[in-house]
Design a protein around this ligand. Structure first.
Ligand code: CP3
Length: 343
């Protein structure tokens, strides 16, 4: 069993710097595209045998962790929010939340029943994996933003309108999401997930005051509620330079950093915590000497500290050359300082 990823999450010494990549299973892989010819994205997510197969696809690249193949939006459906993925446009919500009445009408659900296929995929994978399995869910703000906006948004105007004009309904919505996500992640650990990542991908759109008042209580409900679950928690967001100290306070053993952050300076500011990041995924379109040089800079700055996990700062992009990903993983594993990384 390769456990260097889990050791780094706990800030223990490792033999090599662990590396995995957000969206490591996806459209850049020919095997994934071949399966997508036959099945929709939701079919892949809802069929444990297919989710298992896709989760395993990137492991041949040599990554040190598997992330369960699923999607952030799945918990919305049993709450009564219907959606589909429209080719080339991303997710489309059929009945987005439009006000207090819609928030009140949302249903609670038992994830072990309504999302039982996720736990079944985890159980299948744990029987054969040689690397740790990461489970995940969306954080309340990021999930709520899809439920309200109806899809991806750049301004988050509808979400902010609810937050500012009807904070009571906002807190009811975010509070419900927090409870359900906590239960869903707990169920993933019971099924065998060995680490969890909470994706608050879009929360960087808020200022510090709004984060503190409108989001912090709900994120900390999830992460503090998971504290005793026995697996490391990765707290991830993008564009959150101004929020990182609060995100850290909200909870998590590992903090995700995107490429806009100066990694060593930010790490110094945060103090003792494990860090995951932060190569710009767009760099993987450049020539190997270009992205490997940036990888080397990140490793030189971070990899001799306890608790560093190499990753991209946000998901791998669909057209990324597979060969570049392979070269990146090999490069991270070959990196050494005095023959002893991370000690
Ligand atoms: O990292 C992995 O390999 C695990 C799989 C995974 C997927 N979605 C599969 C997927 C994970 C961790 C997610 C999380 C997710 N889903 C997030 C948070 C992550 C982030 O990027 O910050 C969000 C916001 C979503 C919602 C979602 N799902 C969007 C916005 C899209 C469209 C994106 C796009 O690039 O078109 C999806 C679709 C999706 N989820 C794909 C994959 C591999 C695209 C696949 C396809 O169409 O075949």
């Amino acid at each position: 069993m390769n456990d260097r990823f889990l050791r780094a999450c706990r800030r223990e010494p490792v033999d090599r710097t662990p590396v995995w990549l957000m969206r490591q299973a996806g459209r850049y892989m020919p095997e994934y595209r071949a399966l997508r010819q036959k099945h929709s994205l939701l079919e892949l997510c809802r069929t444990p045998e297919l989710a298992r197969e896709v989760t395993l696809q990137p492991l041949g690249l040599g990554v040190d962790a598997a992330i369960l193949f699923s999607d952030l939006l799945l918990p919305l459906e049993p709450m009564g929010i219907r959606f589909d993925f429209v080719s080339g446009e991303g997710p489309k919500i059929e009945n987005p939340i439009r006000g207090a009445d819609d928030v009140r009408a949302l249903r609670r659900f038992e994830p072990r029943e309504s999302l039982g296929f996720v736990m079944e995929a985890i159980r299948l994978l744990r029987r054969e994996l040689q690397v740790p399995l990461i489970g995940f869910a969306g954080a309340p703000f990021t999930l709520a933003s899809y439920a309200l906006e109806g899809g991806h948004s750049s301004s988050f105007a509808i979400t902010k309108t609810l937050m500012y004009s009807d904070p009571q309904s906002w807190h009811r919505l975010a509070g419900l999401l927090a409870e359900l996500v906590l239960e869903f992640l707990t169920a993933q650990v019971e099924a065998g997930a060995q680490a969890l990542q909470l994706f608050d991908s879009w929360v960087g759109a808020l200022d510090e005051g709004d984060y503190r008042e409108l989001v912090f209580p709900h994120v900390s409900h999830v992460l503090q509620g998971l504290k005793g679950c026995g697996v490391p928690l990765i707290h991830f967001g993008t564009g959150t330079a101004h929020l990182l100290a609060l995100q850290r306070e909200a909870g998590g053993d590992v903090i995700g950093m995107d490429w806009k952050l100066n990694l060593p300076a930010t790490w110094d500011r945060l103090g003792k915590i494990a860090v995951q990041g932060n190569l710009d995924p767009a760099l993987l379109f450049a020539k190997p000497e270009v992205f490997l040089e940036q990888a080397r800079k990140i490793l030189d700055a971070a990899a001799s500290r306890p608790g560093f996990i190499f990753n991209v700062g946000h998901g791998i992009l669909p057209e990324t050359p597979v060969d570049h990903v392979l070269q990146l993983v090999d490069f991270v594993h070959a990196w050494r300082v005095n023959g002893q990384p991370n000690r």
